[in-house]
Design a protein around this ligand. Structure first.
Ligand code: PLP
Length: 391
């Protein structure tokens, strides 16, 4: 099928929740190809999902092998891969137990339920979240999201959420009351414009949560799984949350999400309190394990840092030189090129030139290439962005 045929069929049968333009049919590493065979350098990585690159041979092989052996068993039975992946994640995060699900929103739902269940006996159920955050599109997670545009037309929204300004510790102090169960933050906001939290804010939040005996919850769905050069975004700060959510990069493109908790909170969600049919299937866990092994064995955390620096150094001259380019920010390979005008036109122009990026928060170009990206690919992207901005 060519792009026109795909697009016509799509418009006829798929609900118009997105407005795609390109039809992508193949991927390898940082490259993807459209239906006409044009190649693009993918600095969106499927919205920060393809952390080990498109169709990494080891990942494709792990999925294919497991698909022939056993794809799915219900959680009424053990499967040998689920505890292995749980151990791998636990050892790289909070040292407690893991719950597996299928998406970022579902992971955050689990995190919210964990906090509510934990606080239930003391009447603590409220979750404090911050402006410009993004936590998903289910009713609870869109209510937790600090952006009105995702809420419009969906009221009545579930109660129990309070949104306060970003990076503002006093606002947390003012918002906490006897009903508060926890505070949910992204250590680095993604959709909100690649905005890292201040180190003082996160450490202050940790201290405050300890003092008040409420939970510090981190949404690591986008900044987790190696993107920042650490396994999880919070690890770039001197803090450790009580529980985290994760998804996007976890299966390298295979849908899988999860929550991880410290040992003290690991048995809050007991049998009968939470469940999901597809959580932690053998196939999903085979993908998750392969991703972790690839990141480790190919040194992708270090590569994320090195290539992130190279990208930042490459784009810094634009910030210095061009009046409407304001900043290049974000750790590792989670970078935002901040403009002082809408970023949509630049993103569209770059796509025409063969570079896929994501415009977000109106004025920010989000650059989240696979962690496998090479120096040559970084330089090519920098050249394309520079060329387009100088045009
Ligand atoms: C993408 C994202 C989500 C939602 O994940 P889905 O898999 O789309 O449900 C939640 N939180 C953050 C920080 C995200 O970036």
């Amino acid at each position: 099928m060519n792009t026109t045929e795909i697009s016509e069929l799509h418009q006829k049968y798929v609900m118009p929740t997105y407005a795609p333009g390109l039809a992508l049919v193949r991927g390898a590493g940082t490259s993807v190809w459209d239906a006409e065979g044009n190649e693009y350098l993918d600095f969106s990585a499927g919205l920060a999902v393809a952390n080990v690159g498109h169709c990494h041979p080891r990942l494709s092989e792990a999925i294919a092998t497991q698909a022939r052996r056993l794809m799915h068993v219900s959680n009424l039975y053990y499967n040998e891969l689920q505890p292995q992946l749980a151990q791998a994640i636990s050892e790289r995060s909070l040292g407690g137990k893991i719950f597996f699900c299928n998406s970022g929103a579902e992971a955050n739902e689990g995190l919210i339920k964990l906090a509510r269940r934990w606080g239930h006996e003391q009447g603590r159920h409220e979750i404090i979240t911050v402006e410009k955050s993004f936590h998903g599109r289910t009713l609870a997670t869109l209510t937790a999201t600090g952006q009105d545009k995702v809420k419009t037309g969906f009221d009545p929204l579930p109660p129990g959420f309070v949104t306060i300004p970003f990076n503002d510790l006093d606002a947390v102090r003012r918002a906490v009351n006897e009903r508060t169960a926890g505070v949910l933050v992204e250590s680095i906001q993604g959709e909100g414009g690649v905005r890292p939290t201040d180190p003082d804010y996160l450490t202050g939040l940790r201290t405050l949560c300890d003092e008040l005996d409420i939970l510090m919850l981190c949404d690591e769905v986008q900044c987790g799984m190696g993107r920042t050069g650490d396994w999880f975004g919070y690890q770039g700060y001197d803090v450790s949350p009580d529980a985290i959510s994760m998804a996007k990069g976890m299966g390298g493109g295979f849908p899988i999400g999860g929550i991880a908790a410290v040992p003290a909170l690991s048995d809050v969600l007991v049998a009968g309190t939470h469940a999901t049919t597809f959580g932690g299937t053998p196939l999903a866990c085979a993908a998750g394990l392969a991703v972790i092994h690839i990141i480790e064995e190919e040194g992708l955390l270090e590569n994320a840092l090195q290539m992130g620096d190279r990208l930042e150094e490459g784009l810094q001259p634009l910030v210095d030189r061009i009046e409407w380019v304001e900043d290049i920010r974000g750790p590792g390979l989670m970078k935002g090129l901040v403009l002082n005008q809408p970023a949509g036109d630049l993103a569209a122009a770059l796509q025409k030139k063969g570079l896929l990026v994501i415009a977000t928060a109106n004025t920010v170009i989000r650059l989240v290439p696979p962690l496998t990206v090479s120096a040559e690919e970084i330089d090519r992207a920098v050249a394309l962005i520079t060329e387009e901005i100088d045009r």
